[in-house]
Design a protein around this ligand. Structure first.
Ligand SMILES: *[C@@H]1O[C@H](CO)[C@@H](O)[C@H](O)[C@H]1NC(C)=O
Ligand SMILES: *[C@@H]1O[C@H](CO)[C@@H](O)[C@H](O)[C@H]1NC(C)=O
Ligand SMILES: *[C@@H]1O[C@H](CO)[C@@H](O)[C@H](O)[C@H]1NC(C)=O
Ligand SMILES: *[C@@H]1O[C@H](CO)[C@@H](O)[C@H](O)[C@H]1NC(C)=O
Ligand SMILES: *[C@@H]1O[C@H](CO)[C@@H](O)[C@H](O)[C@H]1NC(C)=O
Length: 747
């Protein structure tokens, strides 16, 4: 083809020459071979790393006529111009950077002309390689997924890098930029990546490895120097989790609760286990190994532990259930497992009130029959009471209390946990008295102490009492004071005494008797207690006015008590007053009273109180009588014998009075006596009275006669003295004192 073109060009030039009619030869290039740097550039080669501006060739030609020639260099239209030629010298300079990897052959037209003829030739220039290209990894990015159980030494990948350079500069080798603990190696020639022998992968510690791989070319010339080019890339190695980890329970320790409201099937707790191989977890199978005591079940897939029975049938308060979680492998084989303990507590809800029990189950009334007055401290064994609260702990703690007549009974214990035997003890024996009531009623209370609900129970405690002869008959009074009129007829009722015995039956029947020194005149009705006089009794206050005796009340068992009866016989006015004599002779010294006295045999005032009065006197109005004492005296104006004589008109001065003595009884009795009063003057009256006194007391006459002699002597002196005194003092005499003196001496 080239030859043909050349031939065509020559033919064209010849043709042109002949046409012009001139004979001229065209210039031509020297052909100095492909390795020469002068010529027509045919098969010239140039290194791609030739710097721009370098003179790389000399176009060399000649004209046969020896004319100067000019050179030209053109590229095909549209292609880059790599060279420029200096037309005169033919020096060719690189004006554009070369890149073999893009264009390894340059095609252009070189021309030579002598001014008339121009020869154009097409030439090719070869671009030669230098090591200017780095290796280039293929198939980036490198992401590898490998199971963690990949065997050490296994090849896992092959990296590939391409270098476009030629020769050694285009060859590639590989190595890893790694730490000493690297888990991988690479084959330098083949680029095969392996797990380093002796190393294993562990998803759990490092799920992803980043490996830096370097691709290196073999090195080559570049701009005059030896150059080696490298490229790095990162291989991402994802470790895929394998089934190498057992499952494990999450959120332990586990605690579950059984409440009393739970029913069979109630969910108690749900355990949860997770496969350790989290990248690729296996399902878990749950099972109970031990400790469920047959009352718990577990859902093998959900791990939910349920109750299989009623809480009331649980024997323990605490269950420790051993639960196993196994991971399910291929073909449903159970592989690794984990074991944990679920602690299940049976929680008590305070849903049981305290309850009282008798011998045959729950009971709300307890009754016994017993004798009254059990001794203090005695346990009432007739009561068989149990109290129970089937809750637990504080919910089962309660107080016992007995409500009823105060301090009669006591309950033991006071505080109960869960269950106790209730004991009732007598505290106050006197409160348990048949006579106060044949039944005693109490309420027994059990009240929870520490619960918010304060559940409680009550039971009636009834004690039916049997009577005993615990009472003695008791008189209505400790003594009886009775007044009985004297002269009462026999069989008169005196008093009715009563003694009470509250005991029942014969124990309460009272029999009365009397005894004692004063009881002879009286009798008592055995059953009525009526005391009367004996039929033959006649009471006389004047004989004996006071009687006392005892009355005894006795029940059928001989229990008795006594009372004293004091009887006073009431005096009746059955005696009139009586004077000693019906006729009384009295001598009265003027100014001195005389006394009359009556006696009333009655025993008591006023029956024996006498009132004196003057019934009759002649002459009248000369005397006064003291109604109480019976003293009679002259009226005050009668002070001398003259007056007396003036009244009586007589010389002898004798009076006769009728004096009455009347008692104050009702009706009253009276009696009279005649009193003759002889009035004398003082001396005369004294002597008379003296002798009258002697005559009344004959036994003393002898003693008196002895003293007469002495008396006569004294009398003489006295008379003279009296005469003297009466002469001097006349009416101022003091007869009373003298009278007394005389009387004493006489006595
Ligand atoms: C051109 O080529 C001729 C013939 O080979 C040679 O003698 C001459 O030296 C060359 N000229 C240059 C400048 O190289
Ligand atoms: C061309 O090249 C030659 C040899 O390198 C040199 O001597 C000459 O001066 C150059 N001519 C021009 C015009 O650059
Ligand atoms: C179950 O637990 C009881 C008590 O902890 C123990 O004595 C018994 O050996 C256990 N049985 C099994 C099968 O683990
Ligand atoms: C176990 O639990 C799963 C999920 O809650 C449920 O679908 C399944 O019916 C339960 N199995 C039994 C036996 O209750
Ligand atoms: C005595 O009585 C008379 C007459 O009645 C009278 O005059 C006289 O004074 C009386 N004498 C005395 C002392 O009273």
């Amino acid at each position: 083809m080239k030859k043909e073109k050349k031939t065509h060009a020559l033919l064209f030039l010849l043709l042109l020459h002949f046409t012009l009619g001139q004979s001229d030869y065209a210039p031509h290039f020297y052909d100095n071979g492909p390795s020469s740097t002068s010529g027509n550039m045919a098969l010239f080669s140039i290194s791609e790393d030739t710097p721009v501006g370098t003179q790389v060739y000399i176009l060399n030609g000649t004209d046969p006529e020896g004319d100067p020639v000019w050179y030209g260099l053109t590229f095909e239209k549209g292609s880059k111009e790599y060279f420029r030629v200096e037309p005169k010298s033919g020096n060719v300079t690189l004006i554009h950077e070369l890149n073999r990897e893009k264009q390894d052959e340059l095609s252009m037209l070189v021309s030579i002309t002598d001014g008339r003829n121009k020869v154009v030739e097409t030439v090719r220039v070869f671009v030669t390689d230098t090591n200017d290209e780095p290796p280039e990894f293929q198939n980036l990015p490198f992401i590898i997924n490998i199971p963690e159980d990949t065997a050490p030494g296994s090849s896992i990948y092959r990296v590939l890098a391409v270098d476009k350079d030629m020769g050694s500069g285009g060859s590639v080798s590989y190595y890893l930029q790694t730490s000493p603990f690297a888990k991988f190696t690479i084959d330098g020639n083949s680029g095969i990546l392996r797990v380093k022998p002796g190393e294993t992968l562990d998803y759990e510690t490092t799920p992803t490895h980043f490996v830096t791989v370097v691709a290196k070319d073999g090195g080559g010339k570049y701009k005059g120097k030896h150059q080696v080019l490298t490229t790095t890339a990162t291989i991402t190695v994802n470790v895929i989790d394998a089934q190498d980890m057992p499952p494990s329970f999450v959120g332990t320790p586990y605690f579950g609760y059984v409440y009393e409201v739970s029913v069979p099937g109630s969910e108690i707790f749900t355990v949860y286990a997770k496969d350790g191989d989290q990248g690729n977890p296996n399902p878990i199978h749950y099972s109970i190994m031990n400790g469920s005591d047959g009352v718990f079940d577990i859902n093998t897939t959900s791990g939910c532990i349920t109750l299989t029975t009623f809480p009331s049938l649980l024997k323990n308060e605490l269950y420790e259930i051993k639960v196993k979680a196994s991971e399910i492998g291929p073909e449903d084989h159970l592989l690794d497992y984990d074991i944990t303990i679920v602690t299940v507590r049976v929680v008590d809800l305070n849903n049981h009130p305290p309850t009282f029990y008798g011998e045959n189950g729950p009971q709300s009334k307890f009754e016994v029959t017993m004798y009254e007055h059990p001794p203090a401290g005695e346990i009432l064994r007739g009561f068989k009471i149990t109290v129970n609260d089937s809750d637990q702990g504080a919910n089962a703690k309660f107080k016992l209390r007995l409500v009823g007549p105060n301090r009669v009974l006591r309950v033991v214990p006071q505080t109960v946990l869960n269950e106790a035997q209730v004991t009732i003890i007598v505290e106050d024996s006197s409160g348990i008295d048949y006579e106060k009531g044949s039944t005693l009623s109490f309420k027994l209370l059990a009240v929870e102490i520490d619960t918010p609900e304060r559940f409680s129970a009550t039971a009636d405690i009834v004690i039916n009492l049997l009577d005993t002869n615990d009472n003695v008959p008791k008189f209505t009074s400790e003594y009886y004071i009775i007044r009985v009129p004297e002269n009462s007829p026999g069989d008169s009722s005196v008093v009715s005494v009563t003694a009470n015995d509250p005991d029942s039956g014969p124990w309460g029947e009272v029999k009365y008797t009397i005894y004692g020194s004063g009881s002879d005149l009286f009798s008592i009705h055995r059953s009525s207690g009526l005391i009367s006089t004996q039929p033959w009794t006649s009471l006389d206050a004047e004989v004996r006015s006071k009687y006392n005796f005892y009355v005894k009340a006795e029940d059928s068992e001989g229990k008795y008590s006594l009372a004293e009866v004091f009887v006073t016989v009431l005096d009746m006015n059955d005696h009139p007053p009586a004077f000693d004599d019906k006729l009384l002779e009295k001598t009265m010294i003027i100014g001195t009273p005389v006394r009359v006295e009556a006696v009333d045999e009655d025993a008591e005032s006023p029956n024996n109180v006498i009132e004196y009065s003057i019934m009759k006197a002649d002459p009248d109005n000369a005397f006064d009588i003291n109604p109480d004492t019976g003293e009679i005296q002259l009226k005050s104006y009668i002070k001398s014998m003259e007056i007396v004589q003036n009244i009586t008109k007589q010389k002898d001065c004798k009076w006769s009075l009728v004096v009455q003595a009347r008692d104050r009884g009702s009706p009253s009795f009276s009696t009279t006596a005649v009193v003759n009063i002889d009035i004398t003057e003082a001396i005369k009256g004294r002597i008379i009275s003296y002798f009258m006194g002697l005559s009344k007391r004959p036994l003393t006459v002898f003693g008196i006669c002895v003293s007469i002699v002495t008396s006569l002597i004294l009398l003489t002196i006295c008379i003279s003295t009296i005469l003297y005194c009466s002469a001097v003092k006349k009416s101022r005499i003091n007869p009373e004192s003298n009278y007394i003196k005389v009387i004493r001496r006489v006595k």
